[in-house]
Design a protein around this ligand. Structure first.
Ligand SMILES: Cc1cc2nc3c(=O)[nH]c(=O)nc-3n(C[C@H](O)[C@H](O)[C@H](O)COP(=O)(O)OP(=O)(O)OC[C@H]3O[C@@H](n4cnc5c(N)ncnc54)[C@H](O)[C@@H]3O)c2cc1C
Ligand code: FES
Ligand code: FES
Length: 1318
């Protein structure tokens, strides 16, 4: 029996270097190994679940069958290190470096402005690199597909795609060198571009069994099938581990544990493929990517009638997960996992696939049928059996197979419901000879509708059959109201909608065949009207196109002056090579401990006891930190850092474990026992909070005119409600901090990913009861913040600091994605009510809006968010009689906090929905109502701040013009007349966005500029680099002021030691205010240098600096900006709260599928007023990125809470931020021509947040399409506006005979899986 007692050496190659690991732990992933053991920190951790692509690397392996090397991208967070025996791994560091040579992929992504925070960039680079290794000149479609598994939260993807496009067949290359050629054509980097030094790998994988023994788990990798089967007899309970994409997440989050893992990766029999006339037999070890290639090849070789099942599988393989997962996941693993959402099992089941099983005893076949899928022991594998291969028969003449799936978004999202459907007709007829239908997503495993299918045998393929089939299916495939995943009515509707699609598809095909066979008249079918044919087409994945129009720089501006030019992000190249250091990339420090937080599992309860004795006994555990360990203050009275005797939400931090390693700390957390006694009331929803009068702060109100009187004089009044869901920041870099206590004077260094280091410093100080001056916070860069790293990092910094001081050791705290999403809160969900009075011509005379936001359990920023919400609610409209009220509800949910736009994106959706409702009542297009009620001349806002709306009108008109809005509106209407099941919608939205904080002190900023004796300049300022390019802009400012190139300058980090008492980098004004401070410092320095320059005007910068030093002139200066004047008097309802406004307009067009609720974004045009952009590339990046983030808020990002207040949506699987396929097919962004304002630095404007709201143009375009459906179907026009406009919302709003036929549950009879909290 080949099972040696000791552990073998693991040998593999990383970036061309041989790695020999003698004590490998099978539980270790490639990601952890790269980052910790090899110190290759370019590969990032962002989700640990294979769902984001931040950890993408390339693996190269010898294919045992083809004997060729296979290069494929993988997500390193799911790759067990032991699976790499003999393989070669290429990481971002292995392909290029700023120290040696850049790879063209790295160079181009940076130069195309495809990096902002840079946290996703190494993953993007590696996905593109792998693509190019396999296809040196890929098509644009291949490029899109390659990037489908990589998420970026900052850029909006367009520039990333642009950089990749330079490699495509259709492209002219990068054109970077100004020669009209591409850097690739010039021999540059030629040897390393696509080739091989990193491909070293074991030539002859050995046949002996390899065993790797870890502390808890043993990995056994046999070299032959015989050995594998013997091992399976010996260890029947041991799972086979292939891609680990099913086992891995289950072991991580569902606590599954397997002491022995059997890896069949080296068994060539499992990757064999045979094609015969009887069908395809595919080895169970083939990856889904290989399966896709095999099927594509087969489809191209065989006649169409034989390939129905293969085509259906191919269709789903295109949208199943991202390419990395498809490269890793095996066919066998997919089938055996029997996930309820499996995209392939329903098709394999209806396609009549059989499973070829093998064991030491011999072989046997079982059908992949309903019994197998239901996991019946009689139809399942025996413990000692394995799946060797899968046989998929070809389809026959008169047989049709189709696949359907609907997910939250098109790509890289688990399906809500999917289906495989097959029908066989008696030859020459439309009489059903055989029928199979299987659904995924409607039960614990794939469900086969066997009974219904049986009953339909012999029936003709017509409407009567369809009606009967729908009835039968809804009866057989019953989904209880409490089903996991929720959205039960939507999912029930999909069951019949898919059937209808199949019905129409088959009808079309039958007609062709019947014609061919000249069937008797009785068999002929009525033609499907062209209007109904639109039900058949799925939305294709298309490669976005677009134009970005920058402002031109004044031709008189000196060429060396970088202001206004599209300078690349300072860290762009380092992002692309993985050399940019983020908080957790800081090497381990001596004696460092890892901290993991323990959170409450109850929403409102008294803590009765905390028992961590068992945890303390575990190996490596050093301490457990509780509130009792805090030497100073434990946060605020109503917002504690660590819970004391009461918890207010699930996810509240109770205590923290410090251990030698992260794994030890995590294991200890599981052993901590907290007992609770539940308390009343427990409030989650806004409605409940209103009922219980549970509010965090007093109401905020603004009023003008006389509402009451105005309502009496209007022609019409409409009232409505709007629900806007919350939003998770989903910054790619989760919250992290490294605290290093120093040996002297209680000093402490805190390296932290934050937008507000001064707040972290202050909180650490008060928590430790140590003066602020002993604590230094350092922020090198932040992997995305979006408001989520304003307040929260202080909590993590303070808890880590307590641990650091108590243990006397450095503490590293890196939240995993689940904890980050659970603990940190996000954008406030909002419930709005409006009452609007208007004349028949659309003029709004009176408007009363009341908003409630769900603040969660503590105040945090909720009062400020309410204030901003109310201040911004009027958006671009002048309404004389206006009342705006807002309240923040206190609920037992994690506290919500700042988020890009700060209330504006949620609140203004209410205003714009109200406009849409007025339009509907007046029978006028919404854009007419918008235009009619928009500010037109110099005026005052509701809070009496004067402003000139001229740029708003310009943006609006230019957007109308650039988007050819009016002609497209007509085209949309034409399309809608011709299509019943697909509808288009178009919307244009104006925006007046106020920038800044409503208090002068919050606009102050400081900078410190040193000039060194070699002439180099170190710039420091109070802003933090979050990806928004603030450091790049600051050097542009310093370069203009000091009149020297940016190459002389450097920014090291933001530190509380160099610039004290800083304000959070937020509210879009970071570059404005810090720019003024940098300018001030530079002007002071230049003034000091003036006499020297005057004396030696021909001298160089270096000469002047040398002279200044000789003359003892200080070469260091502090710059200061006292802040814009801003105040608000809430008692009077008046003030000048904002320094200025940003104006814009966006027009979007979409197409919806009324049967599934899916939508396609056809085109978006944005026009923005940036005055004089400091850096148009960066500013366009901010606009595009925030627009896409806004689009996510309004269309796909949905928080799901259980009735017990537990956040379900805690990973990229469950919470869908936009992917590359969500970018509008045509996406144009332009800035208004430059204009001047004396207020801001060089007349620039802060554009960080405003674009977010423009994403609502997609929402209103969807709503427009839905309205077209409802008008056509004579449905009421007063349906409740609900954001996000998910497929579920769209489908159910497009009510039809299918939505009518589904069973509806009485809400009192079941407990739903999730509850709406807005
Ligand atoms: C981010 C992400 C997104 C995803 N998206 C989708 C999606 O959109 N649609 C979809 O359908 N799926 C999706 N999946 C699931 C994915 O398809 C499955 O996880 C995958 O196919 C399992 O294959 P594996 O090789 O990784 O299995 P493993 O995790 O290695 O193994 C899974 C199980 O299969 C057993 N097994 C494996 N091979 C054999 C064999 N030959 N004989 C007997 N038992 C065997 C193992 O014992 C184990 O219990 C996604 C997964 C991830 C991580
Ligand atoms: S996919 Fe690995 S970290 Fe997200
Ligand atoms: S640049 Fe892509 S996540 Fe920040």
């Amino acid at each position: 029996m080949p099972c040696p007692p000791r552990s073998h050496e693991l040998v593999f190659f990383v970036n061309g270097r041989k790695v020999i690991e003698r004590n490998v732990d099978p539980e270790e992933t490639l990601l952890a190994f790269l980052r910790k053991n090899l110190r290759l920190t370019g590969t990032k951790y962002a989700c640990g679940r294979g769902g984001c692509g931040a950890c993408t690397v390339m693996v190269s392996k010898n294919d045992p069958v083809s004997k060729k090397i296979r290069h494929f991208s993988v997500t390193a967070c799911l790759v067990p290190i032991c699976s790499l025996y003999g393989a070669a791994v290429t990481t971002v560091e292995g392909i290029g470096s700023i120290k040696t040579r850049l790879h063209p992929v790295q160079e181009r992504i940076a130069k195309s402005h495809g990096t902002q925070c840079g946290f996703c960039t190494p993953g993007m680079v590696m996905s593109m690199y792998t693509l190019l290794r396999n296809h040196p000149q890929p098509s644009e479609e291949q490029l899109m597909e390659a990037l489908g598994g990589n998420l970026c939260r900052c850029t909006g993807y367009r520039p990333i795609l642009e950089s990749g496009r330079t490699f495509c067949t259709e492209s002219n290359g990068c054109q970077q060198k100004g020669t009209g050629k591409c850097c690739l054509d010039q021999g540059e980097n030629a040897s390393s571009s696509f080739g091989g030094k990193n491909d070293r790998m074991a030539e002859n994988p050995e046949e002996r069994t390899l065993t790797f023994r870890g502390e808890r788990v043993t990995w056994i990798s046999p070299g032959t099938l015989k050995d594998l089967l013997e091992l399976k007899v010996k260890h029947p309970e041991a799972p086979l581990i292939l891609g680990n994409t099913s086992l891995g997440p289950a072991m991580k989050t569902r606590g599954q544990f397997h002491p022995i893992l059997l890896s069949p990766a080296r068994i060539s029999e499992l990757t064999m493929v045979t094609k015969t006339s009887e069908g395809l037999t595919i080895g169970a070890g083939c990856s889904l990517a290989q399966l896709k290639d095999i099927l594509a090849e087969t489809v191209s070789e065989l006649p169409e009638e034989k390939t129905q099942t293969y085509r259906a599988l191919l269709k789903h393989l295109k949208s199943l997960a991202g390419p990395q997962i498809r490269n890793m996941a095996s066919l066998g693993g997919h089938i055996i996992s029997r996930h309820s959402y499996s995209d392939l099992n329903p098709i394999l089941a209806v396609g009549g696939a059989t499973l070829n099983l093998i064991s030491a005893e011999g072989t046997r076949q079982i059908p992949l049928d309903e019994c197998f899928l239901a996991g019946l022991a009689s139809a399942d594998l025996k413990p000692e059996e394995i799946l060797e291969s899968v046989h998929i028969p070809p389809s026959r003449k008169w047989e049709f197979v189709s696949a359907f799936r609907q997910a939250q978004c098109q790509q890289n999202a688990l399906p809500h419901v999917n289906a495989g459907m097959r029908v066989l007709f008696k030859e020459g007829t439309d009489s059903i000879a055989d029928l199979s239908i299987a659904y995924g997503g409607v039960g614990a495993a794939t469900v086969s509708a066997q009974k219904s299918c049986q009953q339909l045998l012999g029936r003709r393929w017509n409407e009567l059959m369809l009606d009967e089939a729908c009835r039968l299916l809804l009866d057989e495939v019953s989904l209880p109201g409490s089903a996991p995943g929720g959205q039960v009515e939507f999912r029930r509707t999909l069951v019949v909608s898919f059937l209808f699609k199949f019905y129409l598809e088959v009808l079309q095909e039958l007609k062709k065949l019947v014609k061919l066979f000249s069937a008797p008249d009785s068999q002929r079918h009525p033609d499907i009207s062209d209007r109904f044919l639109s039900a058949l087409e799925d939305f294709p994945v298309t490669v976005p196109q677009g134009v970005q129009t920058y402002q031109s720089v004044d031709p008189h501006q000196p060429p060396r002056d970088p202001v206004g030019r599209p300078i690349m992000h300072l860290s762009g190249l380092k992002h692309a090579t993985g050399e940019a250091i983020f908080c957790d990339d800081i090497p381990m420090v001596d004696k460092e401990l890892f901290m993991v937080l323990v959170t409450s599992s109850r929403a409102h309860a008294k803590i009765m006891s905390i028992d961590f004795s068992e945890a303390l006994e575990l190996p490596g555990v050093v301490d457990v930190i509780t509130a009792k360990d805090i030497p100073g203050t434990n946060g605020a009275e109503d917002d504690k850092l660590l819970a004391v005797d009461e918890v207010l939400c699930v996810g509240q931090i109770v205590c923290a474990v410090a251990a030698e390693t992260d794994i030890q700390a995590r294991r200890a957390v599981e052993k901590i026992k907290i007992t609770y006694e539940d308390l009343e009331p427990v409030i989650f929803t806004i409605q409940d909070a209103i009922k219980h009068n549970s509010f965090l702060c007093p109401e905020k109100k603004l009023e003008q005119g006389n509402i009451k009187e105005a309502f009496e004089k209007v022609d019409q009044i409409v009232e409505g409600e709007v629900h806007v869901g919350g939003q998770e920041h989903f910054y790619m870099e989760t919250q992290r901090v490294l605290v290093i206590p120093k040996t002297e004077d209680k000093e402490l260094d805190v390296f932290v990913s934050t937008q507000d280091p001064a707040h972290v410093q202050k909180t650490v100080s008060s928590t430790l009861n140590i003066p602020i001056n002993r604590i230094t916070c350092h922020v090198k860069r932040v992997g995305g913040g979006f408001g989520g790293k304003v307040g929260r990092p202080a909590v993590f910094g303070a808890i880590a600091a307590v641990g650091g001081v108590k243990t006397g050791r450095p503490i590293r705290l890196v939240l995993d994605r689940e904890d980050d999403m659970l603990i940190t809160g996000g954008r406030h969900p909002l419930f709005g009510k409006y009452k609007v009075g208007f004349m028949d011509n659309g003029r709004i005379k009176a408007l009363d809006i009341e908003c409630y936001i769900n603040g969660g359990c503590t105040l945090d920023d909720s009062e400020l968010v309410t204030e901003f919400l109310i201040l911004k609610l009027e958006n671009a409209y002048k309404i004389r009689n206006l009342r705006l009220r807002g309240r923040a509800c206190m609920t037992n949910l994690p506290s919500n906090t700042a988020f890009r736009g700060f209330g504006f994106p949620q609140g203004t959706l209410v205003t714009e929905s109200c406009i849409t409702a007025v339009a509907a009542k007046c029978g006028l297009p919404p854009e007419k109502i918008r235009e009619k009620n928009m500010y037109k001349t110099v005026d005052k806002t509701i809070y009496k701040q004067a402003f000139n709306p001229e740029p708003l009108i310009r943006c609006w008109n230019e957007c109308l013009d650039k988007s050819s809005f009016h002609s497209r509106r007509i085209q949309v209407e034409e399309f809608n007349k011709k299509n019943y099941w697909k509808k288009k919608g178009i919307a244009i939205i104006p925006m007046k966005f106020s920038v800044g904080f409503a208090a002068t002190s919050y606009h102050q900023a400081a900078a410190l500029v040193h000039i060194y004796t070699d002439g180099s300049v170190l710039v420091t300022h109070g802003g933090n680099e979050l990806g928004q390019g603030i450091h790049t802009k600051m050097l542009q400012v310093a370069s203009r002021e000091l009149k020297i190139p940016m190459s002389y300058m450097h920014i090291c980090e933001t530190s509380t030691a160099t610039v004290p008492n800083t304000i959070a980098t937020a509210a879009s004004v970071g570059a404005d205010v810090n720019g003024r401070a940098v300018q001030n410092a530079c002007q002071i320095l230049l003034k000091r240098l003036e006499p020297i320059i005057k004396k030696n005007p021909e001298g160089t910068w270096e000469d002047w600096i040398e002279a200044a030093f000789e003359q003892r002139i200080s070469l260091s200066a502090t710059g200061y900006f006292r802040g814009y004047k801003a105040f608000m008097d809430w008692d009077k309802g008046e003030g000048d709260p904002f320094p200025y406004y940003v104006y814009g307009a966006a027009c979007s067009e979409v197409e919806i599928d009324c049967l599934t609720g899916a939508h396609k974004k056809i085109r978006t045009d944005i026009v923005m007023d940036a005055c004089c952009s400091l850096n148009p590339a960066i500013d366009i990046g901010q606009i595009e990125g925030s627009f896409i983030q806004g689009m996510g808020l309004y269309t796909t990002e949905e928080l799901k809470y259980s009735p017990e207040g537990v956040l379900h949506s805690r990973s990229p699987d469950e919470y869908k931020i936009p992917t590359i396929t969500d970018v509008p097919e045509e996406f144009n962004v332009s800035l208004l021509p430059s204009s001047q304002t004396p207020l801001t630095i060089y007349s620039s404007k802060g554009l960080g947040e405003s674009g977010m709201f423009l994403g609502s143009s997609v929402f209103f375009a969807i709503a427009d399409a839905v309205a077209a459906v409802r008008t056509e179907r004579d449905l009421a026009d007063n349906f409740t506006v609900h954001s996000p406009a998910t497929p579920a919302w769209v489908r159910m709003a497009c009510a039809d005979r299918f939505t009518e036929m589904i069973p509806r549950d009485d809400p009192k009879t079941f407990k739903p899986w999730s509850i709406p909290i807005a």
